[in-house]
Design a protein around this ligand. Structure first.
Ligand code: ATP
Ligand code: ZN
Length: 310
């Protein structure tokens, strides 16, 4: 449970509805910087308070609670906050442990950062064929709920040892014979003499919400969501400009990635050429640019988009 004293007077009392939406973010860790950056890109400026628990946006009706990522689901389940950003791994683990308590939490948007996977790993000397090789073994993890469900679905009977951190040292210290932990590059596993065997879950950061009953807060939430959606679309989009022979127009339009209706403009002094401008809702890679060039395009320019509202 979040350590919040409900007797603290307004506005520090987060239970009081002061007409401001409350979002829970990881205070410090792998998700913090990107979570803050996302709000900033959505035009929400934050001033950090001295107590470091609460930050207030001064140009948007939003308050930010800075907490441990593991506490974020509880902040939403108790409606201290209505929205949050955390890894799918944490959200799904909490739901696996208590579907009743966390059933009110919905994943709204995937945010394309904090990517990792929850995997089973064994010491390199362990003879592992498939998940059944873990029958009768001991597995250390911080994700008891997800691991238990995964093993149960596959009829594997193993003992689970819950650890809060440093799970990767469990086999070396004979606490467990295998582990189930988060992996991104895999370097930590390798340096601990472990081999990744099975992936239970692919994860990334997500925006989550509770049932937001208050109409005013719902309106603020919708506005924030629409801005965040716009940021994500702009991040994924590129603005492309090029010159094209009129004869090659259709061929070039067909190559432009993720763009439905490009703008075609005359080029002064060139009867046979036009300029094409288009928003491509995906990354424009070198092979695509080369294909455009082969189709007759010249002066190809690809630029990032800062903001986009449709
Ligand atoms: P806190 O103090 O908030 O509890 P933490 O130590 O639990 O922090 P971090 O290590 O900062 O958490 O990781 C936060 C989230 O980042 C993870 O829950 C996961 O979703 C994501 N993540 C991405 N890559 C990795 C990785 N290699 N190892 C662990 N988490 C990762
Ligand atoms: Zn944590």
């Amino acid at each position: 449970m979040p350590n919040i004293n409900p007797t603290i007077p307004h506005p520090a009392n987060p239970m009081a509805n002061d007409g401001r939406l409350k979002i829970a973010l990881q205070k410090s860790g792998r998700l913090s910087e990107m979570s803050f950056r996302l709000l900033e890109k959505a035009g929400i400026s934050l001033t950090k308070s001295r107590d470091q628990l609460l930050c207030k946006a001064h140009n948007f009706p939003l308050d930010v609670f800075l907490v441990r990522d593991d506490d974020i689901p509880a902040f939403l389940a108790t409606n201290v906050c209505q929205v949050g950003i955390l890894g799918q791994n944490v959200l799904l683990e909490k739901k696996a442990l208590s579907a009743k308590k966390y059933g009110v939490l919905d994943e709204v948007l995937t945010l394309a950062f904090g990517r990792c996977r929850l995997s089973i790993a064994t010491p390199t000397g362990f003879s592992y064929e498939n998940i059944s090789s873990l029958n009768g073994k001991t597995i250390a993890t911080s994700y008891r709920g997800l691991l238990a469900a995964y093993l149960q679905e596959r009829g594997v009977d193993a003992e689970i040892v819950t650890m809060e951190g440093a799970v990767e040292v469990a086999p070396r210290t004979h606490l467990a014979e295998a582990i189930c932990d988060l992996v991104s590059t895999g370097n930590t596993l390798v340096s601990n003499g472990l081999k990744e065997q099975d992936t239970i879950l692919q994860s990334q950061a997500v925006l989550i919400k509770n049932r937001i009953k208050d109409q005013d807060l719902k309106v603020i939430y919708e506005k924030m969501l629409s801005r965040i959606r716009a940021v994500l679309r702009a991040d994924n989009s590129r603005y492309i400009m090029l010159n094209s022979p009129i004869a090659a127009l259709d061929a070039i339009k067909a190559v432009l990635p993720g763009s439905s209706s490009p703008t075609v403009m005359p080029l002064q002094g060139r009867e046979d050429m036009v300029a094409i401008h288009a928003v491509c809702e995906e990354e424009v890679f070198w092979p695509t640019m080369e294909e455009l060039q082969r189709s007759g395009a010249s002066s190809i320019l690809v630029v990032p988009i800062e903001k986009m509202l449709n």
